[in-house]
Design a protein around this ligand. Sequence first.
Ligand code: SF4
Length: 253
Amino acid sequence: MTSKADAVATAAVDVAREALLALVEPDDVGDHLATDVEDDRVVTHLFDCRKPGYVGWRWSVTVARASRQKAVTVDEIVLVPGAEAIVAPAWVPYRERIKPGDLSPGDLLPVADDDPRLVPTYSFGDDPLDPDARAQVRTVAKDLGLGRIRTLSMEGHELAAQRWYDGNAGPEAALAQSAPEPCSTCGFLVRIAGSLAVSFGVCANGDANDDGRVVAFTHGCGAHSEVRLARRHEPQPLPDPVVDELEDGLETF
Ligand code: SF4
């Protein structure tokens, strides 16, 4: 429901300006720009801000009139950005700003307990969110040699497969597009285990760009193990040396 503009609060421009001038320099306050009705008997007066560096900002002075009172009181004075104001970009949490390759030595990037890419390897009992109970279970699991606490979930597998397939080690990469043969037929491809093994392996060719990286079977490059140069591309044999026997010394050209 839209509140009705209170006549006294709406007319209290001078009261609002006076309160504002008690806090800021007179040169920083410009014309009265607008009036916003916030609620019943609550009105905000907006004044142009002339402070250097605050182009488009406005002084916002909110006044209110109590029921059955004739005068208003000042509730709040703040500086707010107008439509033309230069403001900082929207805040992006640190976790969302981190991109692959941003980590430096010593940086930590904790993974959330409920990260869908991971599933627990063993149960944490009746109260899996109790940190003490989790610590106890972890200690016992370590003593028993149960291995990793969490492993890649089905979703984690699918995300990784899609990322690798779409990336520089997939079939759409420029290297693969002009490769003579795919990785699946290359002798340098090392097989991996698990469900990802049906489409991916690791390149073990020290001369290839992808050495040590996961590559899709449909990826490929010019360093494929069975690549052979055409005869016209092979190094041409050098001509026999010519011996100049007219000079005193024996020189070879
Ligand atoms: S050398 Fe090239 S073709 Fe062979 S596995 Fe590595 S990337 Fe694939």
